[in-house]
Design a protein around this ligand. Structure first.
Ligand SMILES: [Zn+2]
Length: 185
């Protein structure tokens, strides 16, 4: 940030009085422009033993498979956002069973949330951000072609939890992983 979004004066990057880290502070109006992580919300929707995945039509990670997910919008709940993204990316509707996984990615200032649910009805089609949408049996999940580490982790937990018949909610903080760099293949 170079200029204040409120008054267009230049901003400094300094630690405001009483704070403990640098912020963008307007030289004109004094406004402190806080920057905080962005939230990505998505859904793991199943039909019987299969899970719904979308192949991305856009960067980053174009051509790779993902669970439907995207940036949460102002004015919506995370669960509603997960269903909205499922519709936008996969023309899929679902019934959610609750929060399943949460991943903090401090190196890119993101928080991923995935809700678990069932496709309802079992119908889907690629939205504008997807090349294709498909149901995958556990043994057919394209592990080498997944778009994001949070997606890979969520699918691995789902496989384990299916076997155990119990789906606890989890949180993990993820380190950078070169396999999922934006231009990694
Ligand atoms: Zn200002």
């Amino acid at each position: 940030m170079n200029y204040c979004a409120q008054c267009a004066a230049p901003v400094d990057h300094r630690i405001p009085e009483g704070d403990d880290r640098p912020r963008f502070v307007c030289q004109g109006c004094g406004q402190i422009h806080y920057q905080n992580p962005r939230i990505i919300t998505g859904a793991l929707l199943t039909a019987g033993e299969q899970v719904l995945l979308c192949r991305r039509a856009i960067e980053p990670r174009k051509g790779y498979w993902t669970l439907p997910a995207g940036f949460m919008e102002n004015g919506e709940g995370a669960d509603a956002g997960a269903l909205r993204e499922s519709w936008e990316e996969a023309e899929a509707r679902g019934t959610l069973a609750g929060l399943y996984t949460a991943f903090s990615l401090p190196h890119i200032n993101q928080l991923y949330l995935f809700f678990r649910g069932t496709l309802d009805p079992v119908a889907f089609a690629p939205g504008p951000e997807s090349l294709e949408v498909a149901l995958f049996a556990p043994e057919a999940i394209p592990w080498e072609a997944l778009a994001f580490r949070a997606v890979e982790k969520t699918l691995r937990y789902w496989l384990e939890d299916r076997a155990a018949g119990h789906f606890p909610t989890r949180h993990e903080t993820l380190e950078p992983d070169r396999r999922f760099a934006p231009r990694n293949g």
